[in-house]
Each structure stands twice: as structure tokens, then as C-alpha cells.
Write a protein that binds this ligand. Structure first.
Ligand code: OOG
Ligand code: MG
Length: 265
């Protein structure tokens, strides 16, 4: 990986993404203008966005893994995972109403989230290290929203757009990792009373703890660590499902309870 964009270009592209995120409009994917952009350029733009949000007073809550299941990779036409940061401004309570007017074309996905009790750092983190550092896991629904036209992108562009992060809801029931088999957690996603997706947590890199290790190792390469107390989403288990105003979503997780969300204009 190497950075090919200069500081001015990184700031300009970051401002373009920030505008699209905060005012909810579509933009062409960044690689249309910068076809040689690298994954590291994408992270340079994402980290500039994080820097600006934190400067504006947003609090960093944790990170997410993206594109960690075959279902998601197939749906988006990308073959490698990515990461994105999560702030307090993106968090929504369980059973709440999420507005769509401040989003471009939202989709929902079911994820297993980890809350850590020890710092994880370096570039050789394993799933076992993640389990040892995990306080508990909870179910989560992520509301992703690509700012790119028609929800179409490549890895470099989606990374610059903070891996489509928009909203997230943690809820259900928390469990210690020794109370669960993290590979066989079943999920059923319902929209307006109908089952639209289902799957098992092994879809996520064979084990969601592997996805968290991937987040730590990528952060390590990018010069950051995962502090104790972080909230980490391990990636959508099934394909993501588009939502519109009026939709009711229920994500049911085996052993972890369920999360309901209503969408309104
Ligand atoms: C990229 C974000 C993917 C996941 O859980 O796989 C993601 C996207 O699909 O827009 O959050
Ligand atoms: Mg996700």
C-alpha cells in the first residue's frame, strides 16, 4: 500500500465526502476522477474525515468491519474487507425511529458487535486475542448508506466514504463470549413482518472474532490501536436490505435477542 494523493487532494476529496454525508446527496465514486487511487489513499481520506468530525466534537465509539461476508462481497462486487470508524452521532437507541430524509439510500444489515475490555494493538492480532480482550458481545443493526451514485463503488472509494457508515443500533441481550458459539449464531431479518434475509455468523470470515482481529491489524498498519471500551461491529452476515420510510425492521439473533427499528421520512 502507498499514498499517491497529495495532502491538498486528500483534503479536497474528504470535503466532498463530508458534504455528501452531512447533507445526504449522491456523488460520483472518487476513482472516476482518480483511477489510480489506492486503498491507502482511501484510508487517508477516511482518517481526515475522522479528524474533522472529532474536531467538531463527535466522539469516537469504535470501529466496524465491512465486506467481511461472501454475501456482502458478492452484493457489492468487492473481494476484500474494509474498516470504518463509528461515532456517537451515528448511534441510535433500540426501538427508535430512524429518519431517512438525512440519508441517501439506506440499507440495513445484521451484525455481531464486540465490546472490548483491553487495548488491542499491533499487526499480529488473532481471533483468540480478540476473545481474551472482549468484555461481551451484543447484536447490532447497521444502517449503511453509500454516498455514491446507485450504491455502486470499488474498495478504494468505499473506504474514503468511511465504508458507508451512517447509523447503528446496538441492543438485544449482551453475552460473554464463553456463553456462546460465535460461529453458529443464527440471524433472521424481517421487514414489515416478512423474512427477507437469514444466515449464520460463520458467514463473517468464518468467525466474527476474525473480523475484529482484521480491524485491529488494519488499524495497526495505519498507526492506530483499538482502545479498551471500544464497540466493534464485525460486518453484515447477510446481504444488506434497502429500507424506505414506513418500513419496520426486526433483526432476530439466536441467543442474543432482537432489535427493532422503524424508518420514517
Ligand atoms: C460497505 C460497507 C459494508 C458490512 O457490514 O459489510 C458493511 C457497503 O456495503 O456499502 O458495513
Ligand atoms: Mg456493516
Amino acid at each position: 500500500m502507498s499514498i499517491t494523493l497529495n495532502r491538498e487532494e486528500i483534503v479536497r476529496l474528504c470535503e466532498r465526502v463530508e458534504g455528501a454525508q452531512t447533507r445526504a446527496y449522491e456523488i460520483p465514486k472518487l476513482t472516476n476522477e482518480h483511477p489510480n487511487m489506492t486503498v491507502e489513499d482511501g484510508y487517508a481520506i477516511q482518517f481526515e474525515l475522522k479528524r474533522r468530525f472529532l474536531e467538531q466534537g463527535h466522539k469516537l465509539i469504535g470501529w466496524k468491519a465491512g465486506l467481511t461476508s461472501k454475501q456482502k462481497m458478492r452484493q457489492m462486487g468487492v473481494d476484500k474487507p474494509s474498516i470504518g470508524f463509528l461515532t456517537d452521532k451515528m448511534a441510535r437507541p433500540e426501538n427508535s425511529v430512524i429518519t431517512t430524509s438525512d440519508l441517501v439510500h439506506p440499507r440495513v444489515e445484521c451484525e455481531v458487535a464486540f465490546v472490548t475490555k483491553e487495548t488491542l494493538s499491533g499487526t499480529a492480532c488473532t481471533a483468540a486475542d480478540v476473545l481474551a480482550a472482549t468484555d461481551y458481545v451484543i447484536p447490532a443493526v447497521e444502517v449503511i448508506d453509500s454516498r455514491y451514485e446507485k450504491f455502486k463503488f470499488d474498495l478504494e472509494s468505499v473506504i474514503a466514504d468511511n465504508s458507508s457508515s451512517a447509523r447503528y443500533v446496538g441492543g438485544g441481550r449482551s453475552r460473554r463470549v464463553d456463553e456462546l458459539d460465535l460461529k453458529t449464531i443464527g440471524v433472521v431479518l424481517e421487514k414489515n413482518g416478512e423474512i427477507v434475509e437469514m444466515g449464520a455468523s460463520a458467514e463473517v470470515l468464518g468467525d466474527p472474532a476474525e473480523a475484529v482481529a482484521m480491524v485491529v491489524n488494519l488499524l495497526g498498519e495505519l498507526g492506530e490501536e483499538l482502545p479498551a471500551g471500544s464497540f466493534v461491529m464485525s460486518g453484515g452476515i447477510t446481504a444488506a436490505v434497502a429500507v424506505e420510510p414506513g418500513d419496520n425492521i426486526i433483526a432476530r439473533f439466536q441467543d442474543l435477542g432482537s432489535i427493532s427499528i422503524k424508518f420514517e421520512e
